[in-house]
Design a binder for this molecule. Structure first.
Ligand code: HEM
Length: 211
């Protein structure tokens, strides 16, 4: 009896930690449907309320320490659009990646772009947080979820080790020490404040900040 109570409790907390839930970033005020893991890894998604032709979303990604956090916008690792990010002092460094097999993914080029949101990008006592407008990131080639999806499988992965060349967005990262796919209820990511939040994004600038 005691054992089953403990087990049920453990399973319940595991499930709770892995189910994305609405979270409002205290600095930007943006509400994301957010997956949070006990490692400190998190990824949150914000979408416009009623727009099935939309190609943009706002994302927040982060973790504890100096390692990298990554997501797959299409669920699996291979042939999907990936995003990796890590902290570099008070800034965030990030890039798109894509690879056809389970090997270190190189930088991916395309029409997609990350436009940093400064008031949602910071390092505090516990976490680093990178928030950005992901412009033209919802693709129609099967590499990402679709704007018309009600639910999306988003892959996640992280490694607590910082990349060796951490100022370079194209730096090689070491294989994740944890990975998986989480089901995101996209209705919980939608907000009629999206246009206001989107306007926080800075125009794309040529810098080491993101690419
Ligand atoms: C750096 C070199 C990397 C290597 C060698 C690698 C290798 C692998 C391997 C072997 C698996 C299958 C694991 C299993 O089934 O047990 C896997 C899964 C996965 N990887 Fe990677 N990975 C790398 C980087 C990344 C990055 C940067 C991301 C995300 C940005 C990523 C995201 C994922 C995800 C979401 C899965 C689970 C879904 C799936 O199996 O496709 N990986 N990876």
């Amino acid at each position: 009896m005691k054992f089953s109570t403990v087990l049920t409790g453990a399973l319940a907390s595991l499930a709770a930690a892995q189910t994305p839930a609405p979270y409002t970033d205290p600095k930007s005020g943006i509400t994301f449907n957010t997956l949070q893991q006990s490692s400190g890894f998190f990824f949150g998604l914000a979408l416009p309320a009623n727009d099935t032709s939309n190609t943009d979303f706002i994302a927040t990604i982060g973790g504890k320490g100096t390692g990298w956090s990554g997501v797959s916008l299409g669920g699996g690792m291979t042939n999907k659009l990936l995003i990796v990010a890590w902290p570099n002092a008070q800034a965030a460094v990030s890039s798109f990646r894509k690879v056809a097999n389970y090997s270190p993914p190189p930088v991916a080029a395309g029409t997609f772009a990350q436009l940093p949101i400064a008031n949602g990008t910071y390092v505090n006592a516990t976490h680093w947080t990178y928030t950005f407008l992901c412009s033209k990131c919802i693709q129609s080639d099967g590499t990402t979820f679709k704007a018309s999806d009600t639910a999306a499988g988003i892959g996640f992965a992280w490694n607590a080790n910082a990349p060796a060349q951490k100022t370079d967005p194209a730096a090689g990262v070491r294989q994740h020490t944890a990975q998986g796919i989480a089901a995101f209820d996209l209705s919980k990511a939608k907000s009629d404040k999206f246009a206001t939040w989107k306007a926080y994004a800075a125009p794309k600038v040529a810098s080491a900040f993101s690419r």
